[in-house]
Write a protein that binds this ligand. Sequence first.
Ligand SMILES: Nc1ncnc2c1ncn2[C@@H]1O[C@H](COP(=O)(O)OP(=O)(O)OP(=O)(O)O)[C@@H](O)[C@H]1O
Ligand SMILES: [Mg+2]
Length: 283
Amino acid sequence: MTLRSRTIAAAGMNKLELPGVAHVVAVASGKGGVGKSTVSANLALALAAEGQSVALLDADIYGPSQALMLGVPEGTRPDVVDDKMVPISAHGLQVMSMGFVTSAKTPAVWRGPMASGALQQLLAQTRWQDVDVMIVDYPPGTGDIQLTLAQQVPMSGAVVVTTPQDIALLDARKAIEMFRKVDVPVIGIVENMSTHVCTECGHEESIFGAGGGDSVAAEYDTRVLARLPLALTVREASDRGQPLVVSDPGGTTSETFRQLAQQVIASYIYQSRAGPEISIVDD
Ligand SMILES: Nc1ncnc2c1ncn2[C@@H]1O[C@H](COP(=O)(O)OP(=O)(O)OP(=O)(O)O)[C@@H](O)[C@H]1O
Ligand SMILES: [Mg+2]
């Protein structure tokens, strides 16, 4: 067994073993449509730009979106080598999605335990190659599927995405509480669509209100890791399969994603040094 797989196996009892994966970070929110997948894709690419070897698991089995966001052509299927699937390579990331292994109609009929089982199988039956960090793009909500995923996958931490509206913040609280319940550290909050930048004049406005992320962060003793603007370029880049971090690496939003990536790296590196995993080093 490699040091990486030993480390992850030791991180929690009865957890899924993920050989070849050192750290797993969830990107979640209670609410749908707040930008989990956008943040997951750009964060994964920013982590790669920081020199990490990165995997991205699209865990949204009812509405996978990473294939589209990362420009993976429709109908792409993973190769199978020695009974394991080889992740799809996109922009240098190792990507796996239920969308790669099912037909468009299949996922909709799955119920909770079946869906969780399918996700576990997808994770375990993929040959992950020397991954420093795997980003898990969560399905919306805080139900059984989300909780089971947080319990069964050895997670180093979670990033909670929210928009500044009260209704989204309420769901962000639920997501934070869900991770706390299963002892997954919340690394912090990403406030997406924090401000609106006018394409005509560049004027920036807090159309959904301001300060919401800060108040939730204070309430739960965590912090706002990044504030991302609501910008046409963000959506267009994702729709083209070329997320901003790769299509506009020098832009201010890409810089924000890189700063987010640095904080995420710091969270798991610190944890490895401080946690029990440090004692299991091969001699
Ligand atoms: N900062 C942003 N600026 C502009 N558009 C954005 C921004 N963030 C996300 N979007 C767009 O909003 C839509 C929803 O985003 P996304 O799919 O990332 O959300 P999600 O939380 O993953 O949704 P779901 O709950 O359905 O999985 C997408 O069309 C995306 O391109
Ligand atoms: Mg999504």
